[in-house]
Design a protein around this ligand. Structure first.
Ligand SMILES: Cc1ncc(COP(=O)(O)O)c(C=O)c1O
Length: 334
């Protein structure tokens, strides 16, 4: 039997409908700017999130990097959560490739960065300091939806101090569906937003950076330099357009599956299960239960990640039956 793969929402394969859309895509050479499907996707995602322009990117990492590099020059600084993807899980790219100094700040349990920490980290205009230019937030963060009131307050604070704002919205559509509001209502508070099509939306690859015409013009240069200018990338853009039509509302199903999974794991001794807000469930294991847990699960046909805390992610390729089977196996193995 095929394993139930809960390692990430990035493991999905294109659906039959998505393959059809990819096969039928009208293609050009995007380096010449004449791939009609890429152009259509860029216009659509920019309009949908309320921005002037967008740029199709191979990955979320490159989209974030080009966003940060378009906001910040060499010797500038961005304020970012200690546990944020753009700081901790992107190979230090902003510093290594962008010469941008990260100023990591503690993430609160809900993923926010305390306003006082933001305020306190903005440096005076003095040659001793890097120039603080940007606040970067992430939504969802560890599967949690950043409260909108917080986003409003944090971005207002940043803007009032002359900082720009960037959102790593790899799972922005999960946040939107979970909070019952259009993604645009979240995105509108930021000067740039990076969204991924290859996570909950289920495409094989691709992200988009959204921002002003001027910012996207800058990002276009950085993308070229980073090796991310692709040719007949309309084949991937077609998958993203298909996903925007067919895979956004259904994220609610992934969220319901995560909820069912969390409920199904309640009551096991030495096991604490988080209450998921979207598609990610964390399972904390007592120290005596943790060693070898991932391997034990794999041997029984459930794939997960984690060390002392298992991370289980629901997605397009996991059915309600798969969730029930995963609950049974997890209960027996943990
Ligand atoms: C929150 C977040 N941002 C950015 C990324 C980077 O995306 P990619 O793997 O396409 O580079 C990820 C990937 O998992 C992510 O979880």
């Amino acid at each position: 039997m095929k394993p139930i793969d809960l390692r990430s929402d990035t493991v999905t394969r294109p659906t039959a409908g998505m393959w059809d859309a990819m096969r039928a895509a009208e293609l050009g050479d995007d380096v010449f700017g004449d791939d009609p499907t890429v152009n259509a996707l860029q216009q659509r995602i920019a309009a949908e999130l309320g921005f002037e322009a967008a740029l199709f990117m191979p990955t979320g990492t490159q989209s974030n990097l080009c966003g940060l590099m378009s906001h910040c020059q060499r010797g500038d600084e961005y304020l970012v959560g200690q546990m944020a993807h753009t700081y901790r899980w992107e190979g230090g790219g902003a510093a290594v490739l962008g010469s941008i100094q990260p100023q990591p700040l503690p993430n609160q349990p809900d993923g926010s960065i305390a306003l006082a920490d933001i305020e306190g980290a903005i440096k005076p205009d003095d040659a001793h300091f890097a120039r603080t230019r940007l606040l970067a937030l992430e939504n969802t963060w560890g599967g949690q939806v950043l409260p909108l009131a917080y986003i409003e307050a944090a971005t207002a604070l940043a803007h009032s101090r002359g900082l720009a704002t960037h959102l790593d919205g790899a799972r922005l559509f999960n946040a939107a569906v979970a909070s019952g509001r259009p993604a645009r209502e979240i995105a509108r508070h930021f000067d740039s937003v990076s969204v991924c099509f290859s996570k909950g939306l289920g495409t094989p690859a691709g992200s988009a950076l959204c921002g002003s015409q001027e910012l996207i013009k800058q990002a276009h240069r950085w993308r070229k330099m980073a090796g991310g200018a692709m040719r007949q990338s309309g084949v991937l853009a077609a998958a993203a357009l298909y996903a925007l039509d067919h895979h956004v509302a259904r994220l609610a199903q992934d969220h319901a599956h995560a909820q069912a999974l969390a409920e199904g794991l309640q009551g096991l001794p030495g096991v604490r299960v988080s209450a998921p807000q979207t598609n990610i469930v964390f399972v904390e294991l007592a120290p005596e239960r943790a060693p070898g847990a991932v391997e034990r699960l794999e041997a029984r046909g459930v794939l997960a990640t984690g060390l002392y805390r298992l991370r289980l992610v629901t997605h397009l390729d996991v059915s309600a039956d798969g969730i029930q089977r995963a609950i049974d196996i997890l209960r027996e193995s943990l």
